[in-house]
Each structure stands twice: as C-alpha cells, then as structure tokens.
Design a protein around this ligand. Structure first.
Ligand code: BGP
Length: 456
C-alpha cells in the first residue's frame, strides 16, 4: 500500500474554454478560439468548436455532485476573462453570478476550488490590439486578476495566474496550433516576456488585495533527457531546459531569469524589449506554490545544422526518437512515468523544496466507445495503469522528501481539446456528445478508492 501525505489533494483539472459552453452568450465576448473557429473551421477536428463544449454552464451543479461521488476533494478550473470583463474594463454581472454559484457548489460538495485566470483564451478585444505583443497586456491582465481576487476571494483560497504560459507562446508564435498562428521566434520571446510580467503583476495585485490566500502558476513540465552524454547532446538538453523549464520556473520561484538564457537570446538577437523597472517586478512577487502539468518527457539531441541567429528552437535542440520508448499512439506522446520522480527531485533540490502539486497528468485515448462493456461502462484499464505507474514514481519522490501536496488528473469529464475537438478522451466520466450526459468510467470507480484510502 502506498500512502500519501495527510490532506493530500486528489482532484481533476479542466478549463473554462474547454468546458463551459455558452461561448457568446450571457455577456461573454469572443476569444481567439471563437474567432478562429469562425474564420478557419476546417482546422478543427470534425468541425467541433468552442460553442457548446461540455456545457458546464448548464451542468455545474450535477458535476460537483459527481466530483463528490468519486471522492475528489479539490478541482481546478479557470475563469473566462472574456466572460468576466467582456470589454476588458466592465464587470459582467451574469459572469459574477455564474462563477459564484459554481464555486459555492464546489465548496458545498467538499471540493476545494483552485482557480486559474488564463488558459490559452486571449480575449479578441486584446488580440485586436496586438495581443500579448502589446505591453498594455500586462496592465490589462493585472486589472482582470485584481477584479477576480476582489470578487471571489471570499470563496477561493488557492489561485493560479496562467496555465502553461509557454504553450500559448509556442503554439501561437512558433508552431501554429493556436491563433494567430504566426512563425516568428523574436515575436514569441516578446509574447513570453509580457506573459511573465503579467504573471508577476497579478501576484503583486494579489498581495495587495489579500493576506490570506495562496497563489501560484501552472507550468508544463517535460524534463529533458539527452540522446547521449556527448558534449553536444548535453548542451542541447541544457538549452532545452533553459527555454522550456527554467524560463518561467526560475523567475516564478527564484525571482531571476537565468543568465545563460539571457546570453543565449542575446547571441541570437532574440532579446525582448524591456523596461528598467521590470527587474524589481520579477525579483519580488514570488509564488506560494507551483503546479506542474506532466504528460511526456522531452528527448533531445544536438542539431545537425545550426543557424545563427536561430530561427526556431530546433536550432538549439532537435527531437530524439528513443527506440525503447513506450507510446500512447492516440496522442503520439511517450509514456514515461519515471520522470515524475525526477520532477519531484528537481523541485526539492533546485527550487527550495517549494510546495508543488501535479496539476495535470492523464492519458488521451481515441474511440473509447470500443472499450464499453455491456452495462455501458468504459473499461479504461489503460488509464488506471497509467495513473498507478505515475503515482508510484511520485510517491517515491515524496518519500524522499519532495514537498508535493496533490495530484490532479486531466480530466474530470471528457472535454474539448482545441484543434483536436473531442477526438482524445481523458475524463473519469465519459461525455455523450449527442446529449451531453456524463457516465462514470471504470477509472472513476478506481479513483474513488484511491482518494478514500489516500493511496493504493
Ligand atoms: C494541457 C492543457 C490542457 C489539455 C491537456 C491535454 O497541455 O493544459 O488544456 O488540453 O494538455 O492535451 P490535449 O488536449 O492537447 O490532448
């Protein structure tokens, strides 16, 4: 039996744009996703867009009951910025009523809310002004954050600023999976820098508004493993970690941007525009905790040819296809649970053992109906095995002193996944796309036992 620490958080994560529905009603204005679906619908899997998603707007009360039914004591979702502040300035009373009822329903069902402010859903009113390339985005986000803390601070103790801030940067400005789908390394670093400052400005606002709650940030973590110990491969791995991990984790926890990162960006003419006062904002405004989303490792090797200045991250490191890898063929991601132990040790050794939790981990599988038994239950034994393995390595890290306080699975009810629509399912509950009904999967029953026993 593997026991987890007392008061360990067992829960799931979701986000506003992937679940709420009512995308252009009750006062909400368009985000980049609503706009992109309208203008480039063919990019989206089976034309599935952000309009209805899982209709949490109409189901949140029963959903909170369902969380309780499988023993979950916590839950992360996000507020939609474009719903709360449809023009960036004016508070939408319908949004306030909705979120208050939603958060109250969580509390009534013994589920602690962890509320995130940004999950890839840039409002269009901001995007038409240049989005995160515009320095005004920092103040706009800080105003939104302060408004949310003031409106919901009596119901919410744990907050996070951004979910995976690097993802909206790389998908929007390098790899074309998010709007505006441009490819420009220099613009990407500017967007990243403003995002970092927006995070810091939100922490500053939080400390001014409240003395009681806790605030953190959710980062995607893909620990880097080099192909070999050759100097060139090791350098590639070091640079990958600089760009993909330390770029946000160091400033969030340590209050510094790594010198090596600044040198690398400078050499490659990629430094963003900055102001002298930024330094103080970055140095102060340290988080209380970190959330880490872990799905897959990153295996790299030295690039065969390098361009100077670099045009893409591939000029610093290239993917290495490890022949022994275990693969989730649906999502195309490697399954490597061992990395969770390495992540736990990284937090302990390099980040003052700051409190942290696994804020997402899970397995997306297509055509799950093929695993449905005669009673209509999805027998997702692969998901149970996946989580058990990951939890085992996490447990080892905790036993060795890493300060991890929870495990949140992605996700609660199957949700809409950006360009992939409802292709890959992740939930403890299955979503019927025709009726929006939810039904518990075998993994939901399993999770109930795990949380009841605080281990397995
Ligand atoms: C994370 C995101 C989530 C979610 C998840 C699963 O990166 O925070 O929003 O989507 O990945 O990935 P996907 O939906 O791309 O399969």
């Amino acid at each position: 039996m593997k026991h987890f620490p007392k008061n360990f958080l067992w829960g799931t994560a979701m986000s506003a744009p992937q679940t709420e529905g009512q995308n252009l009603s009750f006062g909400k204005t368009a985000t980049i996703w609503d706009h992109w679906f309208k203008t480039a619908q063919e990019k989206f899997y089976q034309d599935q867009g952000p309009k209805v998603t899982s209709d949490v707007y109409g189901h949140y009360l029963e959903d909170c009951r369902r969380m309780q039914a499988i023993g979950l004591n916590s839950f992360r979702t996000s507020i939609s910025w474009a719903r709360l502040l449809p023009d960036g300035k004016t508070i939408n009373p319908e949004a306030v009523a909705f979120y208050r009822q939603y958060f109250l329903a969580m509390l009534d069902h013994g589920v602690e809310p962890i509320i995130n402010l940004f999950h890839f859903d840039t409002p269009m009113w901001l995007m038409t002004r240049g989005g995160w390339e515009n320095r005004d985005s920092i103040d706009a986000f800080a105003f939104y954050a302060r408004t949310a803390f003031e409106l919901f601070g009596d119901l919410v103790d744990k907050w996070t600023t951004f979910n995976e801030p690097l993802v909206h940067v790389e998908c929007g400005y390098l790899y074309q999976y998010h709007y505006p789908a441009v490819v420009d390394f220099k613009r990407a670093t500017q967007v990243a820098y403003h995002t970092l400052l927006a995070h810091k400005a939100a922490i500053k606002a939080f400390r001014e508004v409240t003395q009681t709650g806790k605030i953190g940030i959710i980062l995607n973590i893909s620990p880097t493993y080099p192909k070999s110990e050759a100097k060139e491969d090791m350098l590639a791995a070091f640079r990958s970690d600089l760009l993909n991990t330390r770029s946000f984790l160091d400033p969030a926890v340590l209050g510094t941007i790594p010198d090596e990162l600044l040198v690398l960006l400078k050499e490659n003419e990629l430094l963003p525009e900055t102001k002298a006062e930024d330094h103080k904002l970055i140095e102060n405004n340290i988080v209380d905790f970190i959330g880490l989303n872990y799905y897959q490792p990153r295996r790299v090797q030295a690039p065969k040819v390098t361009r100077l200045p670099a045009q893409m991250p591939a000029d610093f490191y290239q993917p290495y296809d490890w022949p022994k890898k275990k693969l989730n063929p649906h999502r195309g991601w490697e399954i490597y649970p061992e990395a969770l132990y390495d992540v736990a040790m990284m937090m302990k050794e390099n980040y003052h053992n700051m409190p942290w939790y696994v804020s997402e981990n899970g397995m997306g599988v297509a055509a799950e109906e093929t695993f449905m038994n005669a009673d209509g239950e999805i027998e997702d034994d692969y998901r149970i095995a996946f989580m058990k393995e990951h939890l085992s390595y996490l447990h080892q890290g905790i036993r060795e002193g890493s300060n991890c306080f929870g495990y949140h699975a992605w996700t609660f009810v199957d949700c809409w996944s950006w360009l992939n629509g409802y292709k890959n399912r992740y939930g403890f509950y299955r979503l019927d796309l025709a009726t929006r009904e939810r039904s518990m999967k075998k993994s939901g029953r399993w999770m109930k036992q795990v949380s009841e026993n605080n281990g397995f």
